[in-house]
Design a protein. Structure first.
Length: 283
């Protein structure tokens, strides 16, 4: 009961804007005052009223829409979700968290073992810092229209990077008309990363910003399609290279397209001639 109550109160605190340790401290002091001095008046509150409050809190904590959406994620993520959920209901919350973390860790290591083309494992969401003198696909070698911002994610986009992603996205200055996310260094993505991308797209639409994904590899495309996110963002907003992404942004802004530079090189397998897909015509 103490553990469950702490989780319910913490969730309520966060839902109502609590973001710092001061919120938790204020909460604790309030409970202490009720226990020591105001208990007699709190005891006059009907239990039916308290029950109704708990039902509302539990409903908002359940996040049933997110829970249902997770079933369209990769099967391994669904297995972790169901195992954690069932252990929470049938055994104990602490055991469920421990088992869920272990399963997620094993799944994470398995995915890392499958990714053979990653030399440096990083979780970054920063402005592109390509060496434009040696990188033929550097953003600084392109003409980026006004109102368009280009950001890049580096490394597998798993649960460890999702929170950093959301934090960095929240710091984007101003409200660009078009936001391009380059994913040429993202060989894999899981359900947490998909959830973070979905939140970004929905929030951006409310702010009038178009989100375009560029240089998307095969595994992320499969995950996007299975989760239904590809239909949500639109296939026209998912491109295989930065030049197509910039031209999609120009189309959205009502500007004329710019031919792809002759020095550009493929960054995803489906655009490589060896994979049986010809490169786009060059200027």
């Amino acid at each position: 009961m103490p553990a469950t109550g702490a989780i319910a109160r913490t969730a309520t605190n966060v839902k109502n804007g609590g973001r710092t340790p001061v919120a938790g401290m204020t909460h604790a002091v309030t409970l202490l005052l009720i226990t020591l001095f105001f208990g007699r008046w709190v005891g006059l509150v009907p239990l039916a009223t308290l029950a109704a409050i708990l039902v509302v809190v539990a409903f908002h904590m359940s996040e049933w829409r997110t829970f249902g959406a997770e079933f369209r994620a990769p099967k391994s993520d669904v297995a972790v979700l169901l195992a954690t959920f069932l252990l929470t209901v049938l055994v104990d919350l602490t055991v469920a968290i421990e088992v869920g973390m272990v399963l997620a860790a094993f799944l994470f290591m398995r995915r890392m073992a499958e990714v053979t083309n990653i030399n440096v494992f990083t979780h970054e969401f920063t402005d592109p810092k390509d060496d434009f003198e040696t990188d033929p696909n550097a953003v600084r070698r392109r003409a980026v229209p006004d109102g368009v911002q280009v950001y890049e994610i580096s490394g597998p986009f798993f649960f460890g990077a999702a929170e950093m992603f959301k934090d960095r996205v929240g710091r984007i200055a101003g409200k660009p008309k078009v936001l391009i996310l380059r994913m040429r260094h993202v060989p894999a993505i899981d359900s947490t990363g998909l959830h973070a991308l979905r939140d970004l797209v929905r929030r951006s639409r409310q702010e009038g910003t178009l989100v375009i994904l560029a240089d998307v590899h095969a595994q992320p495309i499969v995950a996007l399609e299975r989760s239904g996110f590809l239909d949500e963002i639109g296939e026209e907003n998912l491109t295989g290279n930065i030049d197509d992404a910039l031209n999609r942004a120009r189309e959205y802004l009502g500007l004329a397209p710019v031919p792809r530079p002759a020095f550009a090189t493929p960054t995803v397998a489906r655009e490589t001639p060896a994979m049986g897909v010809p490169r786009p015509p060059e200027a």
